[in-house]
Design a protein around this ligand. Structure first.
Ligand code: NAP
Length: 327
C-alpha cells in the first residue's frame, strides 16, 4: 500500500523538504501500525526538519513528534483495530519515522489511548507542547503546592505552543497569569486566552543583581537563558519555577540566594521519557478538569503541503499558539 509522507533529505550538508509517496514496508519494523489523522508542529519538529543533529542524526527522515489516529493492526492485544490513540515522546519523529505521514509503525508501549472526552484533533492541538504545559502546571500546582492566592504566575514565551497552553490551563484553574512575550502586538491574543497582564521580554532580563524584588509566586519558563535567570530571582518566598526550553539560551546564571534566602524550588520538565502512567494521568487531566474550552482558538490547521511555511515561522520565534497538521 502506498501513502503520502513529508520527507527531509540531506545533500551536501543542505536539507530539502518534499512530499513523497512511501510504501508500508518502508516503515520501521515495530508491532503497531497506526493510520494518522492529525499531527502537530513543535519547535523540535522544526529543528528535525532543518538538519539539527541533536534531534535527528540520520536522513532521509520524516519528522513529527506527535501523532493521533486509529490502530490498523497490533501484536499488543490491548490495541484492537479501530482503537483511537495518541503517540508523543520517546523516539517518535526524532530518529524514528514520525507523524508527518499517513501511516506510522511504533512500539505499542509508545501509544496512549485517546481519553474519552477528547477528539483526535483536540489531542493534537495539545500535542507535545500541551503535554509539556501540563507537566509544568502539575509540578507548579500539585508538587510545588502554589495556590492562586499566593500571587501572580509568570509564563514566558507566552504566545508559543507550550506557553499559550500553560496560560490557558492556569487561568482556568484561577491563577493570575502574567504573560511574557517578545510580540507585544499579540497582547490582545494573550489577554483573550486568559492572561491577567502582559509584559515584554525586556522587563524579564535583569542580569545586574543576584536577587531582585520578590514579585511572583511561581513561573513556568519555556525559553531558558537570561529570562529564566531573572524569573528565578523575582520569585517570592517559597516560589516555584519550572524549566522546559532553550530558545532564549541553553545556559542560565544564578546565585544561590533565591534558593537559600527565599526557599525557591526549580523543577525540570521532560515530556520524552515520563512514565506511561504519568503520561496517561496528564492526558486525562487535559480531557477533564484542565480541559480548555474553545481549544480551537489556539490552533491553526495546515496540510502537509502547507507545513513548510510554518516550520520557517517557528524557527524564527514568530509562531503563535499551536499548528496542527491534517493528514
Ligand atoms: N522539555 C521538554 O520535554 C519539551 C517539550 C516541548 C517543548 N520543549 C521546548 O520548549 C520550548 C518551546 O517550545 P514550543 O514548541 O512551545 O515552541 P514555540 O511555539 O516556538 O514557542 C516558543 C516561544 O518562545 C518565545 N521565543 C522565541 N525565541 C525567543 C528568544 N530568542 N528569546 C526569548 N523568547 C523567545 C516566543 O514567544 P514570545 O514571542 O511570546 O516571547 C516563541 O513563540 C522549546 O525550546 C522546546 O524545545 C521542551
Amino acid at each position: 500500500m502506498k501513502f503520502k509522507a513529508f520527507l527531509v533529505t540531506e545533500e551536501d550538508g543542505k536539507y530539502n523538504r518534499s512530499i513523497v509517496e512511501k510504501n508500508i514496508d518502508e516503515l520501521p519494523d515495530y508491532d503497531t501500525l497506526i493510520k494518522i489523522e492529525y499531527s502537530s508542529l513543535n519547535y523540535k519538529d522544526a529543528l528535525s526538519a532543518s538538519g539539527n543533529k541533536g534531534v535527528t542524526k540520520v536522513y532521509p527522515h520524516t519528522p513529527g513528534i506527535d501523532g493521533a489516529g486509529t490502530v490498523v493492526e497490533s501484536k499488543n492485544p490491548n490495541l484492537k483495530p479501530g482503537t483511537e490513540v495518541i503517540i508523543t515522546g520517546y523516539d517518535f519523529g526524532m530518529n524514528t519515522s514520525g507523524g508527518y505521514q499517513e501511516y506510522v509503525k511504533v512500539p505499542s508501549e509508545w501509544v496512549v489511548p485517546l481519553p474519552k472526552n477528547m477528539s483526535l484533533k483536540e489531542s493534537m492541538i495539545y500535542g507535545t507542547a500541551g503535554l509539556t504545559a501540563a507537566i509544568s502546571v502539575y509540578k507548579l500546582v500539585i508538587k510545588g503546592e502554589v495556590k492562586p492566592e499566593d500571587g501572580e504566575i509568570l509564563v514566558t514565551g507566552a504566545t508559543g505552543g507550550v506557553g499559550s497552553v500553560a496560560v490557558k490551563i492556569l487561568s482556568k484553574l484561577g491563577y493570575d497569569v502574567v504573560g511574557v512575550t517578545g510580540k507585544l502586538e499579540e497582547k490582545e491574543f494573550l489577554l483573550n486566552i486568559g492572561a491577567k497582564r502582559v509584559i515584554g521580554r525586556d522587563e524579564v532580563n535583569d542580569t545586574s543583581r543576584p536577587i531582585l524584588k520578590g514579585v511572583y509566586a511561581g513561573a513556568i519558563d519555556t525559553v531558558g537563558g537570561n529570562i529564566l535567570s531573572t524569573a528565578i530571582k523575582s520569585l517570592k518566598y517559597n516560589g516555584v519555577v519550572t524549566t522546559c526550553g532553550n530558545v532564549a539560551g541553553a545556559s542560565f546564571e544564578s546565585s544561590v540566594y533565591p534558593f537559600i534566602i527565599r526557599g525557591v524550588t526549580l523543577y525540570g520538565v521532560d515530556s520524552v521519557q515520563i512514565s506511561s502512567s504519568e503520561r496517561e494521568l496528564l492526558w486525562n487531566k487535559l480531557s477533564t478538569e484542565w480541559k480548555i474550552a474553545d481549544l480551537e482558538k489556539l490552533s491553526t490547521e495546515v496540510t502537509l503541503e502547507e507545513l513548510n511555511e510554518k516550520i520557517e515561522l517557528i524557527l524564527k520565534g514568530e509562531n503563535k499558539g499551536r499548528v496542527i497538521v491534517k493528514l
